[in-house]
Write a protein that binds this ligand. Structure first.
Ligand SMILES: [Zn+2]
Ligand SMILES: [Zn+2]
Length: 141
């Protein structure tokens, strides 16, 4: 298991995440884009351990099955938390060092605004393709 550390913009929250490998994905769904201001670059994590600033965390229940956790002070998006079965999708942007990580999949590609695109030869799934592969429950709303 690979361990990576991360934190928020103001430095109040620090965390450590355990992940299987160094791949990550991008979600273009409308909720993610509103949450982070663009595609949500996210890495599935087995565990997330808050090492500092637990009292600064804000968990916004964005759907019946998930919450989106950010820093209450600076607003940094930290991780998406699927409640059942429990899964975390940590913001790649919140990690201290993501220089060794590689984008391997985009989801909700049919929701991406046409004005930009992520380069590279990797998997691209529409909402319908993603839902067929992973639902239930829907993991990104
Ligand atoms: Zn903060
Ligand atoms: Zn999304």
């Amino acid at each position: 298991m690979i361990r990576k550390t991360g934190g928020c913009l103001c430095g109040a929250v620090k965390f450590e995440a355990e992940m299987e490998d160094l791949s990550f994905g991008a979600c273009h769904c409308g909720m993610c884009r509103r949450w982070v201001g663009g595609p949500f670059l996210a890495k599935e994590a087995e565990t997330v351990t808050v090492t500092d600033g637990a009292d600064e965390l804000n968990a916004y229940r964005s759907s019946d099955w998930a919450e989106r956790v950010s820093c209450a002070s600076c607003g940094s998006a930290l991780w998406y938390h699927l409640l059942e079965p429990e899964m975390f999708a940590v913001s790649v942007g919140a990690l201290d060092d993501a220089s060794d990580m590689t984008l391997t999949a985009e989801i909700f590609i049919d929701h991406k605004p046409a004005g930009y695109a992520l380069a590279g030869d990797h998997k691209r799934m529409t909402e319908a393709e993603f839902m067929a592969a992973f639902a239930p429950p829907p993991a990104t709303e």
